[in-house]
Ligand binder design. Structure first.
Ligand code: FEO
Length: 400
């Protein structure tokens, strides 16, 4: 061991012993421009307890941070709140090395660790609301199934009023700061929203139910320690309020105009739609797939009331980058969107209808038929695009 990696105290008896990944830029299709952290926590209770582990290549970094506090063999319990590999990829090795007395996971987590990660050691399944004594401290488990995997759960440490929330309230942000209040608020808000849009958005109805469940539980939560990014010790109402807003996705006056273009014709249409939206009083984000990543688009759609998408036709299909982003967005299941489809073509011209069908499958409330332009949009077509933008802006205005 190098001895360079140190733990960071986050409350009286709890230390961050995770790892910082400054270089990761792709997290299963989500671009992580600021890297990430894999947070593991050590609770120095009578029963020394490790909460989650880290991505496999970072195991030694975590073990060094632990070793600066205790001999890892002194770890009595390991709790796995989430079995995705960024938190459990080294769990089997850690169990072998540490030989804890017991390992705990949710009922689904125990199954996942065995089936997915071939962990043969005995995992003790815990139920929603079940309590665990750490001797002088106590944990209550809260199942958070499908947020965002079937195995996901929270662990609440009563004596420190601390909620270990695995992916929830996390963000992909590599930084020296371990607390959210130490980081610029615009960065925190952007990264938390991007994380929500790209990871949790499909489960928004469950998020709303979970927020109610946490409020009804009467748990006095003062610190939230997620598995990615900084720990929340201030501004908890702020991040909880943001989660409620993102989960509700109430209609807004913002429109995202999403397109790809070959020879600028579809781009001319996008810009005319943009002008119509602006003339109608909407806010607009124009996103060419040449310039933006799909996860940037997800971030913008999270706060949008309209999604207008366009592509020219290439070999009887929409451009590949449009198929990519629309497939991604469809999986994220945004709600409360109105929209339209458009695009240029030379001869067959299937693409605008394909875009329209994808938006329709996403349950976007579509205005009119797909708007098409042969070769280069003429003045009349551009005016129709402008009018489409104005009509969408009028609908947005009436919805908010
Ligand atoms: Fe950070 Fe769902 O793993």
């Amino acid at each position: 061991m190098s001895g360079v990696y140190k733990p960071i105290r986050i409350s009286e008896k709890v230390y961050w012993v995770g790892a910082i990944d400054w270089t990761i830029r792709d997290f299963h299709g989500y671009t992580t421009k600021r890297g990430s952290t894999y947070n593991a926590y050590l609770v120095l209770a009578e029963k020394v307890t490790l909460i989650d582990t880290v991505k496999a290549p970072f195991k030694e970094e975590m073990m060094e941070r632990i070793s600066a506090l205790v001999d890892p063999k002194e770890i009595d319990y390991v709790i796995s709140n989430h079995s995705e590999m960024d938190h459990s990829g080294c769990l089997a090795d850690v169990i072998r090395e540490v030989e804890p007395e017991m390992v705990f996971a949710s009922v689904m987590g125990a199954k996942a660790l065995k089936e997915h990660l071939s962990i043969e050691d005995e995992i003790n399944p815990v139920k929603d609301g079940e309590k665990l004594s750490l001797g002088n401290m106590n944990i209550t488990f809260m199942e958070t199934r499908m947020l965002h995997w079937p195995d996901s759960m929270f662990s609440y440490l009563h004596e420190e009023k601390l909620l270990f929330s695995q992916d929830a309230f996390g963000m992909h942000l590599a930084s020296d700061e371990r607390f959210a209040d130490e980081v610029r608020q615009d960065i925190i808000e952007y990264e938390a929203a991007t994380y929500y849009a790209n990871i949790l958005l499909p489960y928004s109805q469950l998020v709303l139910k979970l927020l109610e469940k946490v409020a009804a539980s009467g748990l006095d939560i003062r610190i939230v320690a997620p598995d990615h990014g900084p720990v929340w010790r201030k501004d908890l109402p702020w991040i909880l309020g943001l989660y409620r807003n993102w989960a509700e996705q109430k209609p807004t006056k913002k429109a995202v105009v999403l397109y790809h273009t070959m020879w600028h014709s579809t781009e001319y249409m996008a810009r005319a739609i943009e002008e119509g939206l602006l003339a109608g009083g909407a806010r607009v984000k124009v996103m060419s797939m040449e310039s933006f990543h799909r996860s940037d688009v997800a971030f913008e759609v999270l706060s949008a009331g309209a999604l207008i998408a366009g592509s020219p036709t290439l070999n009887n299909n929409m451009l590949p980058a449009m198929a990519d982003v629309l497939t991604y967005l469809k999986g994220l299941r945004p709600i409360n969107l109105i929209g339209a489809a458009f695009g240029s073509y030379g001869w067959s011209g299937e693409s605008p209808k394909q875009v329209y069908d994808m938006l329709s499958e996403m349950k976007v409330d579509l205005l009119g038929d797909p708007l098409r332009a042969k070769y280069v949009p003429d003045k009349g077509t551009l005016l129709r695009c402008f009018d489409l933008g104005k009509a969408i802006a009028a609908r947005l205005n009436s919805a908010v």
